[in-house]
Design a protein around this ligand. Structure first.
Ligand code: HEC
Ligand code: HEC
Length: 279
């Protein structure tokens, strides 16, 4: 997959996202040649991903998601000093060492700004982040977002160990999640994650669609369980209930496997050759 194609797919997602509120149609992008694999060497050739988002998920897309405020685009240089307070948990370059804290490196500026605004307003409930977001202005949030967006995310690794028991016994641990990520499970109303987050987990720039690649599996699994329990970040017109619909029917095994797969997801094009070859 070329960079041009990735950009085109991204634009398609963005357009589809904009159209969702009116049409209740889910993004129709069908990534046919995912450029990323779990870092495990034996990743199977990508099946043509079938994109079947649930109607509920599609309807839930909020139109404008205004929570990241009227600030002008962020200034990464200004953001670097404002982000000093974040380093203790997220690391100075946004590649947190402790897997309970999400990596912010490579995350989209406006997604970061929006989440900070949601913590500040209490619409995303987290006591720690409320404290750190409370003193930030909308412009601070954009600047910090711009800074972390410019940092390169360090690659992660998916868990290849074999599943010992249950219906998936004998499969690699990440493989259950890989299949869901690429193809979903239409019969159970689970959409392909790639439809919105992209085949390499890079998301779409803007406030709405986060990048997921190389994120710590521990953090991701916690978020997916919260979404499964119905968590919606944002209220009223600012609510973004998509993931509550997406995650509703995921089992624990699927959540942990998805989280592992996403930890290993990376954008092959962005990876330096040495690292690609190393795995
Ligand atoms: C004491 C540790 C700590 C510090 C310091 C901290 N954070 Fe966090 N941060 C967390 C935790 C824990 C979470 C996950 C919270 C949750 O589950 O919602 C988080 C989540 C986030 C998220 C959401 C990421 C996502 O993918 O949705 C953003 C954005 C963020 N922090 C930005 C910041 C910024 C900016 C600062 C500095 C101004 C900061 N954090 C300081 C602990 C911290
Ligand atoms: C219809 C579009 C769509 C689909 C399909 C979708 N997502 Fe999401 N996802 C979103 C949106 C929008 C958000 C941001 C939610 C918010 O801001 O509250 C999100 C957020 C997330 C987050 C939180 C990221 C963070 O940094 O905290 C995770 C994890 C996630 N999605 C995983 C998945 C997985 C796994 C699947 C497939 C089973 C999936 N998504 C399918 C739209 C989608």
């Amino acid at each position: 997959m070329t960079l041009k194609r990735i950009l085109a797919v991204g634009a398609m997602f963005a357009l589809a996202g904009a159209a969702l509120a009116q049409t209740a149609q889910a993004p129709a992008a069908t990534p046919t040649e995912p450029a990323a694999a779990a870092t495990a060497p034996a990743a199977v050739p990508a099946p043509g991903a079938e994109v079947t988002p649930t109607a509920e998920a599609a309807v839930a897309v909020a139109a404008a998601l205004p929570a990241d405020g009227p600030a002008v685009p962020g200034n990464a240089q200004a953001g670097e000093s404002k982000a000093a307070a974040c380093a203790a948990c997220h690391s100075a370059d946004g590649n947190s060492a402790d897997p309970q804290y999400p990596k912010l490196a490579g995350q989209h500026e406006r997604y970061i700004a929006r989440q900070l605004a949601l913590y500040k307003s209490g619409e995303r409930d987290n006591a720690i982040m409320l404290g750190f977001a409370a003193t930030l202005s909308s412009q601070d949030m954009r600047d910090i977002g711009a800074y972390f967006a410019q940092q390169a995310v360090t690659p992660g690794v998916a868990d290849e160990s074999l599943i010992a028991e249950g219906p998936n016994a004998g499969r690699k641990f990440y493989a259950v999640g890989e299949k869901l990520y690429r193809s979903g499970d239409a019969a159970r109303g689970i959409p392909a994650c790639a439809a919105c987050h992209g085949p390499t987990g890079s998301g779409v720039p803007g406030p709405t669609w986060p990048a997921l690649h190389a994120q710590h599996a521990q953090y991701t699994a916690v978020q997916l369980r919260a979404f499964r329990d119905g968590a919606v970040w944002g209220k009223d017109a600012n609510a973004n209930a998509i993931m509550a619909g997406v995650a509703r029917n995921l089992t624990d095994e699927e959540i942990d496997s998805l989280a592992s797969y996403m930890q290993g997801l990376h954008n092959v094009i962005d990876a330096p050759p040495a690292k690609t070859a190393a795995r």
